[in-house]
Write a protein that binds this ligand. Structure first.
Ligand code: ADP
Length: 339
């Protein structure tokens, strides 16, 4: 179903070339639930974004359902995009629309007519177990229900592949289990190929058939989940396996990693132990003449706080950006300026 051949993805920064995905080769079978695990910065998101054509490989080729996706354009590209859907950690729902309207949205865009659209939405609501909540707005739903809307919306156009980007990382353990069960159910009923990325080994163990372990942009270990569990070869894989057998204690300290990239407008925050992102961004925008937008973020909630990595784009007059960075430093939050 998916064939990734010699794929490399590099980003140009002022300090030189940053290779996010390095010489990856992978075949994912039709109907498989395939997991990619790695720590923050390993290259998982970049890999999954290339499957979705949100990024293009610098080198190599990606073929999905017989189409080499880097070579197609126009109507063929639109069709290919319909065949690959994605669900997200923070659901990405339309907040001003009801459950029904959220699920109907991709069908509207695809030009599916009123009666057919209604029939299809009813079917999807039933499939994901949201009967009775059709008229609710996302803000009235629990995290698990929001992700059910995300899944129904992703399935609206009958995709062949479902990409899951840390889809359960924002959910509590019980809700995580129910969403994972739903994914297995969908995989069995619809024969859908599922590719999921995560930093949590219990997610892999629960539902994946095979797993690839990523480190520094490359795949360092690959195999059936049971084999990898019984006989992990790489040190990093052993650490992930230990996560499940001996859960790590959550650190309570805030650790902010500081790396430096060439130009001054995108910052990356990596943090452990405390929720920093929302108050930080609110204060930045309130106090400085800048805009601050999250480009890409991964935040995992634990009982003692959150951890993860965020890319935030700061834009505005140079002096204001500098003042904002000073403010972030004064909050003892690590700043990585990445260009
Ligand atoms: P993961 O999903 O495993 O956390 P990512 O794919 O997000 O990893 O990132 C891999 C590496 O690529 C990181 O070092 C990150 O800083 C870098 N990276 C990702 N996107 C960009 C970008 N648009 N520009 C520059 N560097 C990037």
């Amino acid at each position: 179903m998916i064939s990734i051949k010699n794929v490399r993805k590099s980003f140009q920064t002022k300090q030189g070339t940053l290779t996010a995905v390095d010489n990856v080769n992978l075949e994912i079978n039709e109907g498989e639930i395939f997991g990619v695990i790695g720590y923050s910065g390993a290259g998982k998101s970049t890999l999954i974004r290339m499957l979705n054509k949100l990024e293009s490989p610098t080198e190599g080729s990606i073929t999905i359902a017989g189409r080499e996706i880097s070579k197609i354009k126009g109507a063929e590209l639109r069709k290919a995009r319909q065949e690959i859907s994605m669900i997200f950690q923070h659901f990405n729902l339309l907040w001003s629309r009801t459950v029904r309207e959220n699920i109907a949205f991709p069908l509207e865009i695809a030009g599916v007519s009123g009666a057919e659209r209604k029939r299809r939405v009813d079917e999807l609501i039933k499939l994901v177990g949201l009967e009775g909540r059709e008229s609710a707005y996302p803000s009235q739903l629990s995290g698990g229900q929001k992700q059910r809307v995300g899944i129904a919306r992703a399935l609206a156009n009958n995709p062949k592949v479902l990409l899951c980007d840390e889809a359960t990382s924002a959910l509590d353990p019980q809700t995580t289990d129910s969403i994972l069960e739903l994914l297995v159910d969908i995989n069995k009923r619809l024969g859908l190929t599922i590719v999921l990325i995560t930093h949590e080994m219990h997610v892999i163990r629960k539902i994946c058939h095979r797993v690839a372990v990523m480190e520094n942009g490359g795949i360092v270990e690959l195999g059936p989940v049971l084999d990898v569990f019984r006989n992990p070869k790489q040190p990093i894989t052993k650490r992930f396996v230990q996560q499940v057998t001996e859960p790590e204690e959550t650190k309570d300290t805030v650790e902010h990693l500081i790396k430096r990239y060439p130009t001054g407008s995108v910052i990356q925050l990596t943090f452990v132990g405390e929720t920093v992102e929302q108050p930080l961004i609110t204060n930045l925008v309130r106090n400085y003449a800048i805009t601050a937008n999250i480009l890409q973020g991964k935040i995992s909630q634990t009982q003692s706080g959150s951890y993860g990595s965020l890319f935030i784009h700061l834009d505005g007059p140079e002096q204001e950006v500098q003042n904002a960075l000073e403010y972030i430093r004064s909050q003892q939050i690590g700043v990585e300026v990445i260009g």
